[in-house]
Every structure is written in C-alpha cells, then in structure tokens.
Design a protein around this ligand. Structure first.
Ligand code: AMP
Length: 216
C-alpha cells in the first residue's frame, strides 16, 4: 500500500509513520528527514535548504520533487510507502500524481491527522530526540524512563530541531494553513481522504489508522 500522512507539523505524522513501518513493513518517506540529512551532509540540496528550513519556510518544489523522485526509484519504496511531509502544496500534489503514474504506482489513501493549533504549539515546543537512534520524546508527555538515557538505544545525547522554537513554529503553522490545508479538499475530491482525530493518544491514533487501512 502507498499512503500519505497529511497534517500540520506536530500532528504525529512521524510517530505514526514509524509505527506503520514496524507493523506493516511499509517505508517512511519523510522529506523533512531527507532534507535534514542533506543539510548535515552539506550536499547541494542541503546548502540550498538550510536557511529556508531554519525560517520555517518551504523549500522549493523543484528540490523536494527531485528528492522524492529519486527516493521512489529505490527498491525499498516498491514494498509500500508512507509519505510524511510531502506533498505540502497543490503543485507538489500534482507532481506526485505524475511521478506515481509514470512509475505505475497507485496512491491508496490519504490519512489526515487533525489537531488544533494550540495543541500543536505545546507538542512542538517540548519535543526532542535521541541523536543516536532518532527516538522522539517530549518534555511534558514522554520523557525517557531513566532520566538522560534513551529507552531504545541507551544513548545519552539528545537533540532539538532548530525549527521547533516558538517563532518558527508560528510561521510553519501559518504556512500549513495557507498552502498545505487545501490538499484536504484536493484528496477528498479524489475520494482518497480519511480524517482521523489526531488529538487522541498515540495508541488510539494508531488503532484508528490500522482500522482505516484494513477496510481500504
Ligand atoms: P518536517 O520535518 O516535515 O516538519 O519538515 C521540516 C522542514 O523541511 C519544513 O519546515 C520545510 O522547510 C522543509 N520541508 C519538508 N518537506 C517539505 C516539502 N514537501 N516541501 C517544502 N519544504 C519541505
């Protein structure tokens, strides 16, 4: 199955994508993760994207579409994928339609995780992750079981995303509402949209996603 997880920053797309990787063997394709890796590696795409990402703006469609096109051509994407953070506007959605059609791939479902803005600000401003294995945590909602030690890998180095500060979060939410939210109507018109209450707890959201995929 090939699906899109659609929702504002902090809605839980990354968390749920990782759970679907574990439960269904689908591959998480996160343009944010790919761009952060490109920035860390100092590649051409990374150099172009760095300042844009720090401001919370969108990287150019040309850059992200070319990153996704390359990624779709890798063999592990053929076993089913979860797009996380792409597409982010109607032009990217149209480009994705073309990329998938030319590869004979079908989009099965778009799952929208709906969360209100106030909760998003709380979620984003407290999150951090293990620099070793990437496991995500939150200062208020999910601290490591043993203070300062990652539950998953035992690592002791934690990082915060440069764009998870109050100022940038506001701009990212504004961009989501203006540019990405119209994709809800885009995919509803194609009969592919399934809306899920992203305000529920992590396990309950996973349960609802699994149920939606089972009956698809
Ligand atoms: P994310 O990890 O999905 O929150 O993405 C982090 C940042 O990467 C965003 O704020 C954008 O600057 C950039 N980015 C990720 N995906 C896209 C995309 N599909 N189009 C444009 N910019 C993106």
């Amino acid at each position: 199955m090939n699906i899109i997880l659609l929702g504002p920053p902090g809605a839980g797309k990354g968390t749920q994508a990782k759970r679907l990787e574990a439960s269904r063997g689908m591959k998480q394709l996160s343009t944010g993760d790919m761009l952060r890796a490109a920035v860390a590696a100092g590649s051409e795409h990374g150099r172009q994207a760095k300042a844009v990402m720090e401001r919370g703006d969108l990287v150019s469609d040309e850059t992200v579409v070319s990153i996704i096109a390359d990624r779709l051509d890798q063999p592990d994407a053929r076993r089913g994928f979860i797009l996380d953070g792409f597409p982010r506007n109607v032009a990217q959605a149209a480009a994705l339609d073309r990329l998938m059609a030319s590869r004979g791939l079908k989009l099965d479902m778009v799952i929208e995780l709906a969360v209100d803005d106030e909760a998003l600000v709380r979620r984003l401003s407290g999150r951090f992750s293990c620099s070793g294995c990437g496991k995500g945590y939150h200062e208020a909602f999910e601290r490591p079981r043993s203070e300062g030690r990652c539950d998953a890998c035992g690592g002791s180095d934690f990082v915060r995303r440069a764009d998870d500060n109050a100022e940038t979060v506001k701009s990212r939410l504004g961009i989501y509402n203006r540019q990405t939210a119209p994709l809800v109507a885009y995919y509803a018109a194609l009969g592919k949209l399934k809306r899920i209450d992203g305000m529920a707890g992590i396990d309950e959201v996973s349960r609802q996603i699994e149920e939606a995929l089972r009956i698809a």
